[in-house]
Design a protein around this ligand. Sequence first.
Ligand code: ADP
Ligand code: MG
Length: 675
Amino acid sequence: MPVSGLKGFGQKRAEQFEKLGVRSVGDLLTFYPRTYEDWTSVEKIENVQDGGTYCIRAVLGTPVSDTRIAGGRILSKASVYDDTGALKVVWFNNRYISQMLVYGGEYFFFGKITVDNYGAQMLAPTFASVAKGAVIHPVYRSTAGLVSKTISAAVEQSLKLLPEQVNDPIPEQIRQKYNLCGLKQALLDIHFPHTREALEEARRRLVTEELLVLNLGMRSMKQQSRGVSGVKIEKDFSAEFETLLPFALTNAQRRAIADCVSDVTQKSAPMNRLVQGDVGSGKTAVAASVCYTVAKNGFQAAFMAPTEILARQHFETFSKLFAGTDLRLALLTGSLKESEKKRIRASLADGEIDFVVGTHALITDKTEFYNLGVAVTDEQHRFGVAQRAKLLGKGDNPHLLVMSATPIPRTLGLIIFGDLDISVIDELPPSRKAVKTVMRGSADRPKIYHFIRQEIAAGRQAYIVCPLIEEGETDNVASAEEYAAELMLRDFSDIPVAVVHGKTKPDEKERIMSDFAANKYSLLVATTVIEVGVDVPNASVMVIENAERFGLSQLHQLRGRVGRGEFQSYCILISDMRNPLTTERLRVMCATNDGFKIADEDLKMRGPGDFFGERQHGLPQMSIADFADTKMLELSQKIADDILFTYKDLRNDELRPLKAEVDRLFARGGQNIMN
Ligand code: ADP
Ligand code: MG
C-alpha cells in the first residue's frame, strides 16, 4: 500500500516521503526513529541549566502572546511554572501555538534551555498535554516540508494496519531460545516505546534480525559458487617463482601462496580468495607468484591497482623480477597515449601479453583478453565489488585474488568477506624493524625538525603529513602549500622538499612521487594522498601533524609508508590535544604495530562509518544495525549457525519469511555485491 493510501496523506505528502526513501506503508514500519525524546524523565525548573535539553512538566501561567518582529516573523511567548520556579517558552513563526496551548493548562515541554539576562527560556519546545501521559517520543529524519511529527502520525496509522498475527522472519523456537521479542511487538516498541526497557528489547530484536539476514545472505552467496572455471591450471610454478626473488619468502607468504595454488589447481570452481596482510607484509610477492603460475600454464594474468603511481611501481617491480623469464609484461593505464593503449589492448586480445598490470583502464569495455586466467585487485578497499566483477567478466570464470591491507576485525570480516576465502599474512619480513612511534606536542617541532635533518644527513628521507586547518577536512591544499613553503624558507632551505596534495595534477603527482622514490627529494610534504601503497624503502621518518584528527587505521596506513626497508624508522605523532580519549588513542599507536589490534581499537572507539571512510565495504545499507557492535555481530553469527543446523537449508518451508528478507536486503542495497 502506497503512503498516499493513509488517511490525510495525499500525493504531495507521498512525494515528500519518497525523498526519504519511503514509498510504501511497509517502508514506514522500518523507517526507524533517528533518536528519541524521553519525556519520562521530567526535570524541575529550578534544576535546568544553560545549554541543556530537558523535559519539564509545567502550567501555562500566561496566555501566549504573539508579537510581530523584524521580517514579518511572529514571536510567540508565554510563561510557565512548576512548584520550583518559572521560565519562558518561546517559538518563532508558528502562528498556531496560541490556539494549541490553553492558559492554565498543564503540559510537558521538551526543548533546549538558554539563559540570558532576562532569565531562563526554552526555545521552540515540543509539547503535549499532561493528560496524554509521559512517553518516549520518536524523532524521525525529516525533509523539507515533512517534519518528524507528521512522520510520526503516518507511522502510527501504519502500525494500526498491522494484522493481529504478523509473519515473523525469526522462527518462534529460535526467538525463545535467544530471548528475542516478536516482530510485531518490536515494531510497536521501536516507534512508540512506553519505557526505555521496551525500547532496548525492540532494538535488540530488530538489530539481531538485520544482522542475521545479512549473515545468511553472505553465506548463501559464498555457496553459490561462480560455476566451473574455464581456466585449467595443471602445474604449480611457485617453487620456480621463489628462485626469481632476491629474498626468501616468509612462512606466512608461503602459506598464502599454497592456499592460492591449491584453489587454482585442485578445484573446478574458480578461486575466490582474499589475502589480508598488514602494510609491508609482502602481499605483492604472493600475487606475483600466483600470476606466474597462471601465466606459465598458458593463461593471462591481470593485476589491477587503484592508482597510476601504484600500477607503475608494481609494473617496474614485476619487470625486474621477471626479466630473465619468457613472461611478456605490459602496463595499461589511463594516462598512456591513445595509440599506445590501442596497441596494448590489441596484444592483450591476441594473447601476446601474459601479464598485464594496470588501473581502471583494465576494466573499460575496450579491454579484452585472449584467455584471462586470474584477476588480482590490490588494495581491495579502493575497489567496489562491482569493479571486481567487471574484471572477472573479461574471462571464462577466471580466478580471483583480492588483496587488502585494511585489517578488519574478525567478526566483521566474517560478514563482509563472507563470499571470499581468506588467507592472512600475519608475519612481516624478517629484515623489518618495528617502526618506533612517539607522541609529541607542537612545541617540540624544532627538535623534530632537527631529528629529520639528522636522518636526511644519514641518507634517509622523510614524510610530513601536514596539518589540516578545519575539522573534518582531509585534504587541505592551501595549508599543504603554505606549510611546505615555510619549511623550504626556514628549517629546510638547503634540502630538496616536494609537496603533493589533492589538487596536484595526476601526472605532476606521478613525477613527484617517482622523483621522491629515486631520492631526488629528501622531504615530502603531503596531505593524506600518500596513504596508499607507494614503496620507498629509504624513507625512515613519518611525521603526522594534528594526529588526533585521523582515525587509528588511517594513522596505521600512513605509518606503513616507513619501515619498509632495512633502516630503523620512526613515526612522530604531533598533537596538542590533551583530552583523555585522544591521548588513549594515540597511545594505542605508540604501543603496537599490529594492524589487527589497531583496527579493533579503532572500531571500538569510532564506529564503522569512520572506520571505513566512505561506504566502500560494499555491504547493503543497514537500517538499524551497527557494525561496531561486536556483541550483536557475534550473536547473529551464532543464530545463523543455529538456524542452518536446525533447518538445514534456507529454502526450508518454515524459513520462508526469513528467506524473503534475505532476498529483499540484497535486492535493495546490495546490487554492488551481487553483480
Ligand atoms: P604490501 O603487503 O604492503 O603490499 P609489499 O608487497 O609492497 O607489501 O612489500 C613491502 C616490501 O617488502 C617490498 O619492498 C618487498 O620487496 C619486501 N618484501 C616482501 N617480502 C619479503 C620477504 N619475504 N623478505 C624480505 N623482503 C620482502
Ligand atoms: Mg601493496
